[in-house]
Design a protein around this ligand. Structure first.
Ligand code: NCD
Length: 351
């Protein structure tokens, strides 16, 4: 693995190796304190973050490496109009690994075209968030022994929730999982993912009610309604507060259910759930740091490598207003096929 842009790019074997390392780190973190000694991580956060930013920083510090970057793009040359390409070319001259979060879909893929060092996607708009997925899978595997064979409910904003999109991509690599996609109609998963699930033989039902399906679940993955991604504010108003998991609703749930959430939560999990032993979201956040240590110990130690030259584009092929190609017009006109559908290779939107 050279970059981590989309969990779909990882083989099951690569994931198993990464998990095996995370598992060892959780058991004995003190054995890893020199693994990234002398290595430097660039942390480019163009969008707010607490967990992802802090957990990447602490992961690198716990491996003996160091960190620089920004958590607010207004303090960087982006504010002067610098292109993403120039920022990445320059930063990849300073760092051994680049971790980036942006509001633009496909930005990490774009950055990887110009970087001499590995790029990690720490969230690209409403598209993907593969390192949250490493936290999620580490949590499920540590606490349940395996991911195979589980019934997993994904609840909330499945349209804009990038953590769910990444998790679905990852779960295609496991066996016998049954999916319950719990969302209001307005916030159902994007078509490309529904198609992806069909093509990969991932059995799913789409429902709007949470309570009726709770008893069947082994994992309930709650998500926040992603207010900042709504194009229409009225749509947000219609859907906010739609799901609230309470202690009472858990009465009919399995005793070994895992209640997960990438956090931050707004109101979708009542505070009275926190003390239920099935609530594992704070543990999940901590496992995320160890999973990121496993990832960085590999990526930050890779040799520098100049990327192959890419074609210069002439503006966007794609109509997704949040796609990185809308603003960075030099990007090459890359396409890919998701199943039979021709899509933008940056943001996955159908062309
Ligand atoms: C998520 C994100 O940023 O997509 N948070 C995180 O990384 N832990 C979820 C969210 O913001 O709702």
């Amino acid at each position: 693995m050279r970059h981590l842009i989309d969990f779909g790019d990882l083989t099951r074997r690569e994931w198993d190796q990464l998990y095996a390392r995370a598992d060892k780190i959780i058991d004995a973190p003190e054995k890893f304190i020199d693994v990234c000694r002398g290595k430097v991580m660039a942390s480019l956060f163009y969008e707010p973050s607490t967990r992802t930013n802090f957990s990447f920083q602490t992961a690198m510090l716990r491996l003996g490496g160091s960190v620089f970057g920004f958590a607010d793009p207004r303090s960087s040359s982006v504010a002067k109009g610098e292109t993403l390409k120039d920022t990445i070319k320059m930063v990849s001259g300073y760092a051994d690994v680049i971790v980036m979060r942006t509001p633009w879909e496909g930005a990490a893929r774009a950055a990887s075209l110009y970087s001499d060092v590995p790029v990690v996607n720490a969230g690209d708009g409403g598209h993907m968030h593969p390192t949250q997925t490493t936290a999620d899978l580490t949590t499920i595997t540590r606490l349940r022994g395996s991911v195979d064979g589980l019934s997993i409910g994904l609840c909330g904003d499945l349209k804009y929730g990038r953590t769910v999109h990444s998790l679905i991509k990852a779960l295609a690599k496991f066996r016998d999982i049954r999916f319950f996609l719990i969302a209001p109609r307005d916030l159902a998963i994007p078509d490309y993912l529904r198609q992806f699930m069909r093509e990969n033989g991932m059995p799913f039902v789409e429902v709007t009610g949470l309570e009726p399906v709770i008893p069947q679940l082994d994992v309930l993955y709650m998500t926040r309604i992603q207010r900042e991604r709504f194009v229409d504010p009225l749509e947000y108003e219609r859907n906010k507060g739609i799901y609230v998991l309470t202690r009472r609703k858990l009465d009919r749930a399995k005793e070994n259910l895992l209640v997960m959430h990438p956090l931050p939560r707004v109101d979708e999990i009542a505070v009275d759930v926190d003390d239920d032993p099935r609530a594992v979201y704070f543990q999940q956040a901590r496992f995320g740091m160890f999973a990121r240590m496993a990832l960085l110990s590999d990526l930050a130690n890779q040799p520098r490598m100049s990327p192959d030259p890419v074609e210069i584009g002439k503006g966007p092929l794609c109509r997704n207003p949040n796609c990185i190609t809308q603003t960075e017009h030099y990007l090459p006109p890359l396409i890919k096929y998701n199943g039979g559908t021709k899509c933008c290779a940056f943001c996955d939107s159908p062309l």
